[in-house]
Design a protein around this ligand. Structure first.
Ligand code: SF4
Length: 289
């Protein structure tokens, strides 16, 4: 089973192969199908459901295909939804842009995390409605890529986790997307181009989450927005100095944002991102504070 590069999961499996019909312009998976001339036909691939790790792990199901679309055969979903029952030691993470179909699989087993991607206001409203109507132990919203200022008066208490991230992809597609969302800012992240949301948009979501006590996971790809690559101590960015603390987890077992922990050692809230590799050193710094 392939280890995942996605920061919030250990493994990724893709039991449905083919070119995803949702056709998001920034989709890396669709680009790979084009580039390597892979078979675009949508089909079930049982080979993806072998070699499960022994150690309890987080497994993201369907990183290259929307699993809750009407193009997925019920028999395929039956096999996929059997996984949480067959492997109770693992946590299975599902993330969808078709939230209206989640209800068909509710209640989800306790070892499932069920999320909806909300890149804009319309998707956010649909996410809230859908998540309100399903039963899952962990429900989350992924604001990645965050494409516009999402009007969040308050985050509902039934949301357990929030992810925020920037838009990454091929430069040509990103520049096309920016025409549609002119408030996004093109910024380099290493060698890659990203489209960054406004700081204010990120701040509003984190504040709403913080008020509701909901953990936030800030993706590394937001780092250009936060004033450069962080070092393992507090980063005070120009605009966010007086605001909040966002801490990346020490390890993937702990995805909590810990504002209170840091509030004890720093009066003002600071939005903070630390690469996983430097987290140990940072923790030592905090301990000796
Ligand atoms: S829903 Fe996901 S997999 Fe499908 S096109 Fe969009 S980004 Fe790609």
């Amino acid at each position: 089973m392939p280890r995942s590069k996605i920061e919030w999961t250990d493994y990724t499996i893709n039991p449905i192969k083919g070119k995803c019909p949702v056709a998001c312009s920034y989709c890396y998976a669709r680009k790979m199908y084009d580039r390597f001339k892979w078979n675009p036909e949508i089909r079930f691939d049982g080979n993806a459901l072998v070699d499960f790790p022994i150690k309890p792990s987080r497994i993201f199901v369907g990183s290259t295909m929307e699993l809750f679309g009407d193009w997925i055969k019920p028999a395929w979903m039956e096999q996929i939804m059997a996984l949480p029952h067959n492997f109770p030691q693992h946590t299975f993470i599902f993330l969808t842009k078709q939230p209206q179909n989640l209800i068909k699989f509710s209640p989800f087993p306790d070892n499932c995390w069920v999320g909806v991607t909300a890149t804009n206001n319309q998707a956010y409203r649909e996410a809230i409605v859908a998540l309100a109507h399903i039963e899952a132990k962990i429900k989350f919203i992924s604001f990645e890529p965050l494409l516009e200022n999402i009007k969040i008066a308050a985050l509902n208490s039934f949301i357990n986790w929030v992810i925020i991230g920037a838009c990454t992809g091929q430069p040509k597609e990103l520049m096309e997307l920016q025409k549609q969302y002119p408030d996004l800012e093109p910024m380099r992240y290493g060698k890659k181009l990203t489209l960054q949301p406004q700081l204010e948009w990120v701040r509003e979501i984190v504040e709403a989450a913080d008020k509701a006590g909901i953990p936030v996971f800030l993706k590394d790809n937001l780092l250009p927005l936060l004033g450069g690559y962080p070092i393992p101590k507090m980063i005070t960015t120009k605009d966010l100095t007086q605001y909040m603390i966002g801490i990346k987890p020490a390890n993937t077992k702990d995805l909590r944002l810990m504002p209170n922990a840091l509030a004890n050692i720093h009066e003002s809230y600071v939005l903070l991102c630390i690469p996983k590799s430097q987290m140990k050193k940072w923790e030592q710094d905090v301990d000796s504070h």
